[in-house]
Design a binder for this molecule. Structure first.
Ligand SMILES: NC(=O)c1ccc[n+]([C@@H]2O[C@H](COP(=O)([O-])OP(=O)(O)OC[C@H]3O[C@@H](n4cnc5c(N)ncnc54)[C@H](O)[C@@H]3O)[C@@H](O)[C@H]2O)c1
Length: 328
C-alpha cells in the first residue's frame, strides 16, 4: 500500500517506516521536524510540512495516491501538556481533525493512530484491559482520547476505517544500531539512564520512592519500538482486509520498577549508576501495566523482545554509537 506516515522522522515513526518498507509498502513521511530527525529516515521520501496544512495534505494524498495514513505526529510530553494545554489541543486534536478531514475529502479511508496508556489515567486494575474506563489525568492523554472519540464517530458517519494503538512505554532501538531514541528534551527513563552511563548526565533523578509498589518506585510496562512497529503493520494489513475499527493496548504485560530498570541497565553497561531521589511528579500513577491479549488474539501480534534486558541492550547499542543522538 502507499502509506503516509505523519511524524515519521520521530522515534517510533522512523522504526515503523523501516518495518513498513521491509514489508513491501511504499512510504511517504510528513514531518515538520520540530522534534524529528531527517537522518532517521535518510532513505525515505520526506516532505517537511505540518499536519495543520490541509491543502498540502490533500495535494500529497493525490500526488502519491495514498491508501492509508499512520498518524504519529503529536506533542507527547505529559508535563509540558499540563503547562501548555492550548498547544496540545491544537497539535494533537485540532491538527488531528484537520488530517482526518483532509483524508475524507481525498477519500483516504484507512488510519492507524498512535494513542497512549495515558487515556486510562489512574488504573483501577492492572494489567489494564482495553475495556478499562478512560479518565486521563493530563491534557496529553485527554487530547489523544478526544481524537480517538472523533475517529469513532467519523467511522460511523463517514466510513473512516481506523485502529488506535495505545502504547505503554516505548523503549529500545533497531538492533542495527543506526536509528534510536533522541528526544529534546529527553524525558524517558531508559535513555536518561543510558545518558548517565555515558557521562552525559551526572546522575539519574528518581521521582518518588514512596509509592505502593514493592520497592516504592513507579512500575511501568516497557515495549520494544520494533514490536510497536510490527503491530502497526499488522493493524494496517487487518484494515486492508476489512477489520472493524478497534483500539488495542500494546505492552509486554510485565511491570518493572524504576529501580529495576536502573539495575538492569547497570548489568547491560557494566557499571553502577548514581541515583538521586526527588519528590513525586503530580499525575504519575504508581503502576501501569498493559493487558495486550486482545491484539495477540485478534491480529496475531507477538513481541520479539518480551524481556527488559534485551530491550535495554538494543538501546545501549544505539546510544554507544550516537552518544549525542542524530546529527540533524
Ligand atoms: N514514546 C512513547 O513512549 C509513547 C508512548 C505512547 C504514545 N506515544 C505516541 O507515539 C507517537 C510518536 O511518539 P515518539 O516518541 O516517536 O515522538 P517523537 O516526538 O519522536 O515523534 C513525533 C514526530 O512528530 C513530528 N510532529 C509533531 N507535530 C507535528 C505536526 N504538527 N506536523 C508534522 N509533524 C509533526 C515531530 O517533528 C516528530 O518527528 C506520538 O503520537 C506519541 O504521543 C509515544
Amino acid at each position: 500500500m502507499n502509506v503516509m506516515v505523519t511524524g515519521g522522522a520521530g522515534y517510533i515513526g522512523s522504526h515503523t517506516v523501516r518495518e513498513l518498507e521491509n514489508n513491501g509498502h511504499q512510504v511517504l513521511v510528513l514531518d515538520n521536524l520540530s522534534r524529528g530527525h531527517q537522518a532517521a529516515v535518510a532513505e525515505t521520501f520526506l516532505i517537511e510540512g505540518d499536519t495543520s496544512d490541509r491543502e498540502l495534505l490533500k495535494q500529497l494524498f493525490t500526488d502519491f495516491e495514498i491508501d492509508a495514513v499512520m498518524h504519529f505526529a503529536a506533542s507527547s510530553q505529559v508535563g509540558e501538556s499540563v503547562r501548555l494545554p492550548s498547544d496540545y489541543y491544537q497539535n494533537n486534536l485540532v491538527n488531528g481533525l484537520n488530517l482526518m478531514n483532509a483524508m475524507l475529502e481525498s477519500r483516504v479511508r484507512h488510519l492507524v493512530f498512535s494513542s497512549t496508556a495515558a487515556v486510562y489515567g489512574e488504573p483501577r486494575e492492572v494489567p489494564i484491559p482495553e475495556a478499562h474506563p478512560t479518565n486521563p489525568t493530563n491534557p496529553y492523554g485527554a487530547t489523544k482520547l478526544a481524537l480517538e472519540g472523533a475517529m469513532r464517530w467519523y467511522g460511523e458517519a463517514y466510513g473512516l476505517r481506523w485502529t488506535s494503538l495505545r502504547y505503554f512505554n516505548a523503549a529500545g532501538a533497531d538492533p542495527a544500531g543506526d536509528i534510536g531514541e533522541d528526544h529534546t528534551p529527553e524525558t524517558h527513563l531508559i535513555p536518561l539512564v543510558l545518558k548517565v552511563a555515558l557521562g552525559e548526565l551526572p546522575h539519574l533523578e528518581v521521582y518518588g520512592n514512596d509509592y505502593a509498589t514493592p520497592d516504592g518506585t513507579c512500575v511501568r510496562d516497557y515495549i520494544h519500538v520494533n514490536d510497536l512497529a510490527q503491530a502497526h503493520v499488522l493493524a494496517l494489513d487487518a484494515l486492508a482486509d476489512g477489520a472493524p475499527p478497534s483500539a488495542y493496548n500494546l505492552g509486554n504485560g510485565s511491570g518493572y520498577s524504576v529501580l529495576e530498570v536502573i539495575r538492569t541497565a547497570e548489568e547491560v553497561v557494566g557499571k553502577t549508576l548514581p541515583v538521586k531521589f526527588a519528590a513525586r511528579r503530580p499525575g504519575d500513577p504508581a503502576m501501569l501495566v498493559a493487558g495486550s491479549d486482545k491484539i495477540k488474539s485478534e491480529l496475531g501480534w507477538q513481541p520479539a523482545y518480551p524481556g527488559l534486558k534485551d530491550i535495554i541492550e538494543t538501546a545501549w547499542r544505539w546510544h554507544l554509537g550516537h552518544p549525542r543522538g542524530f546529527e540533524k
